[in-house]
Ligand binder design. Structure first.
Ligand code: NDP
Ligand SMILES: N[C@@H](CC=O)C(=O)O
Ligand code: NA
Length: 905
């Protein structure tokens, strides 16, 4: 059984905003349905876990209110300088709504300056006078910048009067060494009074019919706990009607943040209260829309500082916005949502510094444009995290079925004033008994006190063995996935947990609220960002993101990079696969990137910006990036040293894909160890291109084996190079000339002697034989070499190629002898499964034989099996060359993506 205090929103808020409300509750819960446009939201669940009295319902009365009004709220940064205030005025003038109500905060830093004045005065620090001068100067200079004539004179005289009053009040605080809360509220609220007056003067200067409102005359709130207030909607509405009847202007600039108590004593809506002011006024006006202007483009799908791929959400439902902010996302405070949602008034969050961004609309239920758009993203809107938590696990047999256990646990937690963020409860059964555990998350800094309180409270139960432990798991974080439609959509949590598993994130605890607007997991703190990126990329970025490291940008590697470059956009768009090449390494240099290498310029970048090659650093870099959960290293070398790393890479969860035959045809014990590791892990190792290049040889063989067929024999032409050579070694052509052509065409191994000596074919025979379960070593395969003996020890490839023509006659003689008998020479490999052996030989075939019918670099591979007995299953086609080989490697990468969850296409 799992549960979460999902609606005791004050808990999380208190932790993240220590100066603010302690027990935030939805004040609008009690709004009567008679004024609610839609009753479909059920907040009864919320109210049932809160204990705050129900506020009164606003009375529908005045005709001047209604959806002709549009509400704007501009925060401190928006009105931080005279230029910005002018900009705000321009935005207000640009809004074509019939009537506008503009809520402003104090100019940025002013509220802090005002609180500082009080601090200084209280502590009898004389510098409060200088600090007050600074406040005066700031506003005077702003007014001088923006206003002139009578508007300026009026403002400056008000400012001077206010400053003098403040001076007297601060002096009183100084003498008393103490100021009451309402003194503080009165002093602090001046920032808003001045910014509202300046803005309304600027608007009037621009020809707008505008008045300013001191919201303390209208907005009445009742204190509800040390950091919480409840709006008195009825009283406020009456006062608003009264105010509007005396101030009929079409534009009103009002002070945010400040209000009055029912006794007309100045108070505030507490820190960050201007958003709340705007929302309350939106509700009182039944406004068309409330626009909150800020300095970001809207609400992100995840914290963009942690997830560089985070996107701005176009829409969020009220509930989604609420849940996101509970879990630490920088959305609106939940209390801001409550007043407006009663009237289905949308809140739009917009960036004042980027007017082209449409922002995020928080509204009743975002309408999806069409069915097609209902992908998983529409079910999971965003992700948020809370760090610095600890899990407390209370466990024991004595708790099962004992009423009051939970109450005793949380009573003890409450006694130390700790803040429970999430609870997960479970029963589990051992052979001996049934155990019960209650596990919950609290802020790390509170866990010591919690553990101590629990130990004291349950000492007797612990001594008696009824409780087995009270365990603290430190350094935890919460990751929450939020989305309204998660409730009705199967597979969302499976997808989430799948993404976490793929990224090898260990989940310590899980909870899902009954509302199913969120799924919450607890992970180790150090895993949290990686977990966030893994789930975000799974739902948002693309369905499957893979960090790719290319080892060996030679012929095949370079061709693969170019294929990736050309196909990347299509894969992302159509198959939701995001392949990011995070590193390229050759034998001397490597290029690393944190976000993905520009594949249009990789060659130049490697040349110009490449650093000294270091394979361990390379692997660590590609795998260590935190925002792509899956890593694949693609070995396009023919190096044994590189192949020797596969085991370690697979062991650390790095997938490996390669056309390099060295690992699978190397020492048997190493090979068996590698395959055993592969089979017991979820990490993939694919090597289709090791045999027949891009031809589906390994794939076909594996399908036959996995579906229960028995392989009897595999034989064929496995070498593209040797196929090409014998297909073209006709008439009077010289053998060495044809070898040269094969090399130039990219069919040969980096050292063509590996082809001519039959080693390459022998390796392929070994790979196929081992796949069929034969325990053979390379040395078990008899090989007929075509490398002339004197050239076997030749040092370089170039020397070898130069000297080869002097040996043309030997092989020409063999070819002529075959031709004279109406036959051709073909270099074939055989895997004889029944007799558990393999062979590589140069054989003669009649000209009618299928092996004699090939052209170019064709491979032909015949599988004789129990099912394909009379007629073998034959795969034929070009079996060497840059494009087809790179294509084979690429298809392995896509197979990996599909294994990692990419949708079928
Ligand atoms: N050609 C074909 O048709 C087919 C080829 N293959 C296989 O593909 C692989 C690549 O072949 P090909 O592209 O022709 O070979 P190349 O010689 O063209 O390229 C090999 C690359 O590997 C790099 N390299 C070598 N050793 C290391 C090392 N220790 N660390 C990092 N990089 C290293 C080289 O770097 P640098 O240049 O800096 O030395 C070079 O970039 C081979 O295993 C081959 O068997 C498989 C099927 C078909
Ligand atoms: N050199 C090899 C390339 C593919 O493995 C061949 O010629 O077949
Ligand atoms: Na293949």
């Amino acid at each position: 059984m799992m549960q979460r205090l999902s609606k005791t929103l004050g808990f999380a808020y208190q932790m993240r905003h220590p100066h603010s409300f302690t027990a935030l509750t939805p004040p609008a819960i009690g709004f009567s349905s008679r004024l609610v446009k839609s009753e479909s939201y059920n907040f009864k669940a919320s109210s049932s876990v809160t204990d705050v009295s129900t506020p009164e319902v606003p009375v529908e009365s005045s005709i001047v209110k209604g959806d002709t009004w549009s509400i704007h709220k501009f925060g401190g940064t928006c009105v931080g300088t005279s230029q910005r205030i002018q900009n705000v005025a321009n935005i207000v003038m640009g809004d074509s709504s019939e009537r506008k109500f503009v809520v402003v905060s104090a100019m940025s830093k002013v509220t802090d300056m005002m609180y500082d004045l009080i601090e200084k005065a209280q502590s009898r620090d004389d510098s409060y006078l200088l600090a007050l001068d600074a406040v005066f100067e700031k506003h005077k200079l702003t007014a001088l910048d923006l206003l002139d004539g009578e508007e300026l004179a009026t403002f400056l005289s008000t400012l001077t009067l206010d400053i003098n009053n403040l001076k007297a009040m601060l002096r009183a605080i100084y003498i008393a060494g103490h100021g009451t809360e309402s003194f503080s509220a009165f002093v602090a609220g001046h920032g808003e009074l001045w910014s509202a007056q300046i803005l309304s003067s600027v608007l009037r200067k621009g020809g707008v019919d505008c008045t300013w409102m001191d919201t303390r005359d209208v907005l009445i709130v009742t204190p509800a706990g040390s950091n919480q207030v409840d709006p008195d909607y009825e009283e406020s509405e009456q006062r608003l009607d009264n105010w509007l009847s005396k101030n009929p202007s079409k534009v009103v600039v009002a002070t945010g943040f400040i209000a009055s108590t029912p006794q007309n004593i100045p108070t505030t809506l507490k820190r960050d209260g201007s958003d709340f002011s705007a929302a309350i006024m939106g509700a009182l006006f039944r406004a068309r829309q409330v626009t909150i202007w800020t300095d970001v483009d809207g609400v992100y799908s995840a914290d963009p500082r942690k997830v560089s791929e985070a996107v701005i959400l176009n829409t969020l439902s009220y509930q989604e916005a609420w849940e996101m902010s509970y879990f630490g996302a920088n959305v609106l405070h939940p209390r801001t949502i409550i007043p407006v949602m009663q009237y289905d008034i949308p809140i739009v969050i917009r960036n004042i510094f980027n007017l082209s961004a449409p922002g995020t609309k928080i509204c009743r239920e975002p309408i999806l444009e069409n069915e097609e758009k209902q992908t998983l993203e529409t079910y999971v809107k965003g992700f948020a995290t809370i760090d610095n938590l600890a899990l407390v696990n209370v466990e024991g047999t004595g708790m099962a079925g004992v009423p009051g256990t939970a109450s005793a646990i949380f009573g003890a937690v409450k006694d130390v004033g700790a803040n429970v963020i999430m609870i997960s409860q479970a029963y589990f059964f051992t052979l001996a008994s049934s155990e019960h555990s209650v596990c919950f998350a609290v802020p790390e800094k509170e866990v010591k006190a919690v553990a101590k309180a629990l130990e004291a409270r349950f000492r007797q139960a612990l001594n008696a063995g009824r409780l087995s432990q009270i365990a603290v798991i430190p350094n935890c974080s919460i990751l929450a996935a939020v989305g309204q439609k998660m409730a009705s959509t199967p597979g969302v949590s499976a997808t989430l947990f799948n993404a976490l598993a793929k990224a090898k994130i260990n989940v310590r605890a899980i909870a899902q609220g009954c509302s199913e607007y969120n799924i919450t997991v607890v992970v180790k703190r150090e895993d949290c960002v990686r977990a966030l990126r893994a789930v975000h990329s799974r739902f948002y970025l693309s369905k499957t993101s893979i960090a790719v490291g290319i080892i060996g940008p030679g012929l095949i590697g370079a061709t693969l990079l170019n294929q990736l470059r050309d196909q990347a956009a299509v894969l992302k768009e159509k198959s939701k696969i995001d392949l990011r090449v995070m590193g390229i390494i050759g034998s001397k240099k490597m290029l690393l990137s944190d976000t993905g290498i520009d594949l249009f310029a990789w060659k130049e970048l490697l040349k110009e910006k490449g650093e000294k090659a270091d394979l361990n650093k390379f692997a660590h870099h590609v795998h260590g990036n935190n925002f792509i959960p899956n890593t694949v290293l693609v070995d396009c070398t023919s190096s044994t040293e590189v192949a020797d790393h596969y085991h370690d890479w697979l062991h650390t969860g790095i997938h490996v894909i390669t056309p390099n035959k060295k690992a699978n045809s190397g020492p048997l014990d190493k090979y068996l160890k590698l395959r055993a590791l592969q089979k017991q892990s979820f990490t993939h190792y694919f090597y289709e291109a090791t045999v027949g290049a891009g031809l589906p040889i390994m794939h076909t063989l594996r399908d036959l084996l996995q579906t229960g067929d028995k392989i009897i024999r595999i034989e064929g032409i496995f070498s593209g190079t040797l196929s090409y050579i014998f297909n073209n070694f006709v008439d009077t052509r010289a053998f060495s000339e044809v070898v040269m052509e094969a090399k130039a065409a990219g069919y040969t191994e980096p050292d063509p002697r590996d082809d001519l000596a039959g080693t390459d074919v022998a390796r392929k025979v070994i790979i196929l034989a081992r796949e069929c379960g034969l325990d053979l070593e390379l040395s078990d395969i008899p090989v007929q070499s075509l490398v002339p003996d004197p050239l076997k020890e030749t040092a370089s490839v170039d020397d070898f190629m130069q000297q080869l023509p002097s040996f043309d006659s030997d092989i020409a003689t063999k070819r002529q002898a075959a031709e004279d008998a109406g036959e051709v020479l073909r270099y074939v490999g055989v895997v004889d499964v029944n007799n558990q052996k393999g062979a590589v030989e140069l054989k003669r075939y009649k000209k009618q034989h299928p092996f004699a019918q090939l052209s170019g670099s064709d491979n032909i591979i015949a599988f004789t099996t129990e099912r394909y007995n009379k007629q073998p299953l034959i795969v034929r086609g070009p079996g060497a060359g840059a494009q087809v080989t790179a294509g084979g490697v690429f298809s392995d990468i896509l197979r990996l993506a599909s294994n990692l969850g990419a949708p079928s296409y």
